[in-house]
Write a protein that binds this ligand. Structure first.
Ligand SMILES: C[S@@+](CC[C@H](N)C(=O)[O-])C[C@H]1O[C@@H](n2cnc3c(N)ncnc32)[C@H](O)[C@@H]1O
Length: 285
């Protein structure tokens, strides 16, 4: 079954995603793209990666947003239109696409409902100059990712895969219990088979290298400061719920951890770092 993500959650995390993604890897991808590139965004959600990467590409471009969630794709059109208006750009909407008219060319966005879990080789990869994704590869299984890499003939930029280097600061004696439960829950099947979770960046690197791709990766950690209360209020219960799902017998200890962490968050005494990596794969010539 496909894991669902609320538009509000994606909106809340968007500024942290934007601050975390690695600009160096993105610029390296952009330097290799043709004059008028076509990008396929897998698991595009409400279009957060477009809003970050399109200005770095900074020329006429076409995006195909692929996601299983029709509501998120509709939200992507709305959010992109509002974001473009804030930049002072006009937007025209056709039946199947949004056109953002920028001083650096027209940026065309098409959205399509696709169940990525079905078969990566059946994805609309033809005519695409790069495949991109954000916060996706840790949701998929090793077998699915292997099939995607086998089907790839273009560069792949995979942003924001968790790598397990999480830290809740200051430390708490129950952190290790919650971390272990959270990590186990990350391996839950999200519709693609057992999820890679924090093993995703290393697994992707190895798969790309094995197929002759030049693979590079760089940290892209979320840094959630004490002032970001709304985000802390999501992350603390989210970690606690995931840990309790994995370790139901530790429910009482996990509740203690959640209460202590929520008190710290409200008092402005909690900060969180969530380890992520961005990965770039460039196909053999
Ligand atoms: C963590 S969200 C990331 C969304 C977006 N890339 C971002 O960075 O904001 C994962 C996305 O993958 C999508 N997704 C999950 N399973 C899917 C599937 N089987 N087929 C297509 N999309 C899927 C979800 O709907 C969601 O939009």
């Amino acid at each position: 079954m496909t894991e669902s993500f609320s538009a509000d959650w994606l909106a809340l995390r968007e500024p942290f995603d934007a601050a975390a993604r690695n600009v160096g890897l993105a610029e390296r991808l952009v330097s290799l793209l043709p004059a008028h590139p076509v990008l396929l965004d897998l698991g595009a959600g409400s279009g957060s990666l477009f809003r970050w990467l399109a200005p770095i590409i900074s020329r006429a471009q076409v995006w195909v947003l692929a996601d299983a969630d029709e509501d998120l794709l509709l939200r992507a059109y709305d959010d992109i239109a509002r974001w473009a208006a804030r930049q002072g750009w006009t937007v025209t909407q056709g039946q199947r696409a949004l056109l953002v008219h920028t001083p650096r060319g027209a940026w065309r966005v098409e959205a399509g409902r696709v169940d990525l879990a079905a078969e990566p080789a059946a994805l609309p990869l033809d005519g695409v100059d790069a495949v991109v994704c954000s916060a996706l590869t840790d949701l998929v299984s090793a077998a699915w990712l292997e099939r995607l890499v086998a089907a790839l003939r273009t560069p792949l930029l995979a942003c924001l895969s968790v790598d397990g280097r999480d830290a809740f600061l200051p430390r708490h004696p129950l952190d290790a219990c919650v971390r272990a439960g959270f990590r186990r829950d990350q391996g839950r099947d999200k519709g693609f088979g057992p999820a890679l979770g924090p093993r995703a960046p290393a697994a992707l690197h190895a798969m790309l290298a094995a197929r002759g791709f030049a693979a590079a990766s760089a940290p892209s950690d979320w840094r959630i400061p004490a002032a970001a209360l709304a985000m802390l209020r999501e992350l603390v219960p989210g970690h606690a719920e995931a840990a309790a799902r994995a370790f139901p017998a530790r429910g009482r200890a996990i509740d203690t951890w959640r209460n202590a962490r929520m008190h710290q968050a409200i008092a402005g005494r909690l900060a969180i770092r969530i380890g992520h990596r961005d990965s770039l794969g460039l196909p053999p010539r």
